[in-house]
Design a protein around this ligand. Structure first.
Ligand code: SAM
Ligand code: SF4
Ligand code: SF4
Length: 337
């Protein structure tokens, strides 16, 4: 069933945050002064089980969803995450299942289990290959080598279309754009540079801290010859360029928003739906799940929710920030990116 929102966008993909916990404390996502020992993470009983997520994916697939991205927090902190992938892969309407991870728990055993479960792709996040700058950004004791080992494990297990997300913050890691691209030039990997976004309320975002798409391109052109690759998928969030050794992408939510193609909905690990990454309100769907799963009522609710969707935050950002001043946006680690 094809469902269109108020801006004529169909519902094609879902991002599911499977946990609000993480073993990193990236300042742009979970700054340590807030996410510390006194922070109240969700309790186990509040979190959707694998069975519940499977049922939800099946309902969403009836509304046209074909792509599922598992995220978090750190999705690998969810024990036996491959068993969730196995459940989702049974549904043949779902064409693509992917995980976004910081990579440090991608051991050989974990990637092999994920490969066997049918996971289609892995996207890693790595903002720096320099040890001290990586530590500053992620605020953990892990090192870039731990992430790179996870990436190597995934490639060895036969994963294709592997991507690496690199969030660029002005004055923090903009000097590493070419280094990161060059480091992975002989790997079958697409680097995707992401503009620092104003998700949530805790990351101290401002326009001045954004190192934009054109500046990123400018850096890369100093070293490589680049050519824009025609957009392959209409719903893609990234623009892609070829360079001397392959391809790279840029996700420019701030300087070149892509809301007109936004076909995704977001589900938090405690069963709230968000129509937009920058929404303040999530729609609680637990009442359709517990104590009994009410498929018909849920599908009716989801269909009406999508039909009423009018979001285009990034296109309207300047006005929203200066005039409307949105408060209480959902945090990235909760909504899942
Ligand atoms: N923990 C996993 C990871 O880091 O890959 C998955 C969750 S994380 C929230 C998903 C993605 O969002 C990561 O690639 C991360 O770099 C990105 N992200 C988080 N906060 C961001 C921000 N403020 N601006 C841009 N990207 C952000
Ligand atoms: Fe954790 Fe990912 Fe957020 Fe970093 S970006 S704190 S790794 S959830
Ligand atoms: Fe989609 Fe909202 Fe991002 Fe626009 S701002 S692309 S509507 S999530």
């Amino acid at each position: 069933m094809k469902t269109l929102d108020k801006k004529n966008r169909s519902l094609k993909d879902i991002r599911i945050s499977v946990t609000d916990k993480c073993n990193f404390r990236c300042g742009y996502c979970m700054p340590k002064d807030i996410y510390n020992s006194s922070y109240q993470f969700l309790k186990k009983a509040e979190i959707l089980s694998f069975e519940e997520i499977e049922l939800l994916v099946n309902s969403f697939s009836d509304l046209g969803v074909e792509k599922v991205r598992l995220t978090g927090g750190e999705p690998l902190l969810r024990k036996n995450i491959h068993k969730l992938v196995e459940r989702i892969k049974v549904n043949n309407k779902i064409k693509d299942v992917c995980i976004t991870t910081n990579g440090v728990l991608m051991t050989k055993e974990a990637v092999n289990n994920l490969k066997l479960s049918g996971l289609d792709r892995i996207t890693f996040s790595l903002d720096s290959i320099n040890e001290s700058s990586f530590k500053k950004i992620s605020d953990t004791n892990y090192t870039p080598s731990d992430v790179i080992q996870g990436i190597e494990n995934a490639l060895s297990a036969g994963f294709k279309n592997t991507k690496i997300n690199v969030v660029i913050k002005k004055g923090i890691n903009d000097n590493e754009i070419v280094d990161i691209l060059s480091y992975f030039k002989n790997h079958d990997i697409e680097i995707r540079f992401i503009e620092f976004m104003d998700v949530g309320n805790t990351n101290d975002w401002s326009f001045e801290k954004v190192f934009g798409r054109d500046q990123i391109l400018n850096e890369i052109e100093k070293k490589y010859t680049i050519n824009k690759v025609k957009d392959l998928a209409q719903s893609s969030t990234s623009e892609v360029w070829s360079y001397d050794y392959g391809r790279f992408g840029i996700i420019s939510s701030v300087t070149k928003p892509f809301c007109t193609n936004c076909t995704r909905i977001r589900l938090t690990c405690d069963g709230k739906l968000y129509n937009c990454l920058f929404s303040s309100n999530g729609y609680d769907i637990m009442k359709f799940i517990r104590p009994f799963y009410m498929d018909d009522k849920l599908i009716n609710f989801l269909s009406n929710l999508w039909k009423s969707r009018d979001d285009s935050y990034s296109l309207d950002r300047k006005k929203i920030i200066t005039v409307n001043k949105v408060k209480d946006k959902a945090e990235m680690s909760y909504i899942g990116g």
